[in-house]
Design a protein around this ligand. Structure first.
Ligand code: SF4
Length: 216
């Protein structure tokens, strides 16, 4: 039986050879992800930018530095978490990924989540949020933890944040993002506690018609 790290390394190696969508024809390399295969928290952004494309590592530009800063505030380093993106290849000129590109890349992200099996998935920005929590407004659900049943992955807990790049030069959004970020340790503890309590419950999650439940 392969360890989580071995499984993830193997997965990321296969991903580096992917040519399933057009993004691979314009980017320099596939940016699979970085961090610990044992992470309890997985951060998911939108897609690699120019710097990430050059270095092959997610969140290494200005937004990445800001993310590192915020991780420091909650006493974590990037080696303690896992960081990935909805699409693993840089969209040209940093445009938004097209729905068909996100769709093509989904099996890679799905497999990363399945392998790491994090307790908490933190979405960074609107595109990442929409991948998991459709029909929501980020202005309304940022800083909230929601549990949703994802086909193929089962019930997962998501915590929505604004994208660090959007908050970099916007003072009020920066403040909101920092405050939401500071809540992550408490949210993680609450998720673990609720998991333990649910182990004793015979019933399934009490969710709404979207199969979605706001937790805290
Ligand atoms: S974006 Fe994803 S699906 Fe498209 S080529 Fe890159 S790894 Fe493959």
């Amino acid at each position: 039986m392969l360890s989580k790290k071995e499984q993830l390394d193997e997965l990321n190696k296969r991903m580096s050879e992917c040519k399933k969508c057009i993004l691979r024809s314009t980017c320099k390399q596939v940016v699979s992800g970085a961090g610990s295969a044992e992470a309890e928290i997985m951060f998911i952004g939108e897609g690699p930018g120019q710097k990430e494309d050059e270095l092959g590592v997610p969140f290494v530009g200005a937004a990445g530095k800001f993310l590192d800063e915020m991780l420091g505030v909650i006493k974590l380093k990037r080696e303690d978490v896992y960081i990935s993106n909805v699409v693993k290849c840089r969209p040209p000129a940093n445009r938004d990924p097209l729905p068909e590109e996100s769709e093509a890349c989904w099996p890679w992200l799905e497999k990363q989540i399945e392998t790491i099996d994090p307790k908490l998935i933190v979405t960074l920005g609107r595109h990442s949020m929409e991948r998991f929590l459709p029909n929501q407004k980020i202005s309304q659900i940022h800083g909230k933890a929601m549990r949703r049943n994802i086909q193929g992955l089962g019930a997962r807990v998501f915590y929505t944040l604004y994208h660090p790049a959007a908050a970099l030069y916007n003072g009020s959004m920066r403040g909101i993002l920092t405050e939401d970020f500071k809540r992550i340790p408490k949210v993680l503890e609450a998720v673990k506690k609720s998991e333990n309590e649910k182990k004793d419950e015979p019933t399934s999650i009490n969710s709404n018609e979207d199969n979605q439940e706001t937790l805290f």
